[in-house]
Design a protein around this ligand. Structure first.
Ligand code: SF4
Length: 365
């Protein structure tokens, strides 16, 4: 077992590999990973946490892979997270990033405020930069809740839309079977009146079937938000990755791609530049990233949520993080191999089973 603060000592071999490949110019040529980024992602001064506040969701999207268990991150575990952050600051943490994830994170905002307020107090006596974002379906982001989240340090939101109302309501269905578009759109319009800084990434899912609806949606987005630089648009085309549940019928064909090119051009003023190097490395591959489940177990990937291979350790009550070095090393192997695939999706080619580990079911306390 390895304490999280000892990771740095466990990775000198990565640094040696990196230096060697850098000397041979292999990295610059094949891997868009810079030395400064490499150092940051392996340093005690940086920590990236993805925290699942609840596995519950108020939606039942037709393509969702989650199973909506009732486990929520409770006050006790929020305290453990705070202790972990305090200990990390004592060990040199200077830049903390937290992504709030679910289920639907707005169904349990208590830990977001508790941890956010604790971080503010830590910042009074320490040189700590805190950034935070949230993936939300946007339905419960009322004016008051949005304001509270901004005050707790969450100012970057990713909200997904599947088209204009008629199409969106067929796929992004609420738990009670009703549509969700109207309320989300109303919330988005309302955010414009805020004076504070925030970023909203509107993530539009493009399939073979929804292109008409996406065109209507984009027209309205441009009308309502193009003058507000805090709103951005991300287009996500469904891709056929060749698995058993092949999505090939939904993959946009050539005709649709032509229409997409037109949409992309119209949206150019609303596209936020991103750092390409970071974009090619999945957070699951980053040594200083951990996923915190509501029951205190620690993982890496936000897709393989029920896979026992995605349990790399445990957050103790007193804030100590205990990692299984072997499992954890599989996930961060990209920082040793510098293989493109290992860096961009370490979930691929994991060993079939890690002996003796089970994702322990924990009931809500
Ligand atoms: S499936 Fe791959 S790319 Fe997606 S979060 Fe998991 S490791 Fe990263």
């Amino acid at each position: 077992m390895l304490n999280f603060n000892q990771i740095k000592t466990a990775i000198p071999e990565f640094k040696a590999t990196f230096t060697k490949l850098k000397q041979q110019s292999v990295i610059d040529k094949y891997h868009n990973i810079e030395k400064s980024l490499f150092s940051l992602f392996t340093s005690n001064s940086y920590l990236e946490l993805t925290i699942i506040t609840t596995e519950q969701c108020n939606f039942r999207c037709v393509y969702c892979y989650q199973d909506f268990q009732s486990v929520k991150l409770n006050e006790d575990r929020a305290y453990s997270v705070i202790r972990f952050i305090e200990k990390s600051v004592e060990s040199g943490l200077r830049h903390l990033h937290i992504s709030w994830f679910g289920g639907e994170p707005t169904l349990n905002v208590m830990p977001i405020h508790k941890i956010g307020n604790a971080i503010k107090k830590i910042q009074l006596n320490n040189n700590l930069v805190y950034t935070s974002n949230m993936s939300s379906n946007g339905y419960l982001l009322s004016k008051n809740r949005f304001n509270d989240l901004l005050n707790s340090g969450v100012n970057h939101f990713q909200i997904s839309l599947d088209g204009w109302q008629e199409f969106h309501d067929q796929t992004r269905i609420r738990k009670n079977g009703q549509g969700s578009f109207y309320r989300i759109w109303k919330n988005l319009l309302c955010f414009r009146s805020f004076k504070k800084h925030f970023i909203i990434d509107l993530r539009l899912h493009i399939t073979q079937k929804n292109i008409d609806s996406i065109e209507v949606l984009v027209k309205n987005i441009l009308k309502e938000f193009s003058k507000d630089h805090r709103f951005n648009v991300m287009l996500e085309e469904i891709k056929d990755l060749g698995g058993e549940s092949s999505a090939s019928q939904l993959v946009p064909d050539k005709k649709i791609k032509n229409r997409l090119t037109h949409i992309k051009t119209s949206l150019l003023p609303m596209k936020r530049p991103f750092k390409s190097a970071h974009n090619k490395i999945c957070y699951a591959a980053i040594p200083r990233h951990l996923l915190i489940f509501p029951d205190g177990q620690l993982g890496k990937c936000t897709v393989m949520l029920k896979d026992p291979r995605n349990v790399v350790g445990k957050l103790e009550h007193d804030g100590d993080v205990i990692l299984n070095k072997e499992f954890y090393s599989y996930w961060i192997r990209g920082f040793s191999t510098l293989d493109k695939q290992d860096l961009s999706c370490p979930a691929k080619h994991l060993p079939k089973i890690f002996d003796g580990v089970e994702r322990i079911a924990v009931k809500q306390i």
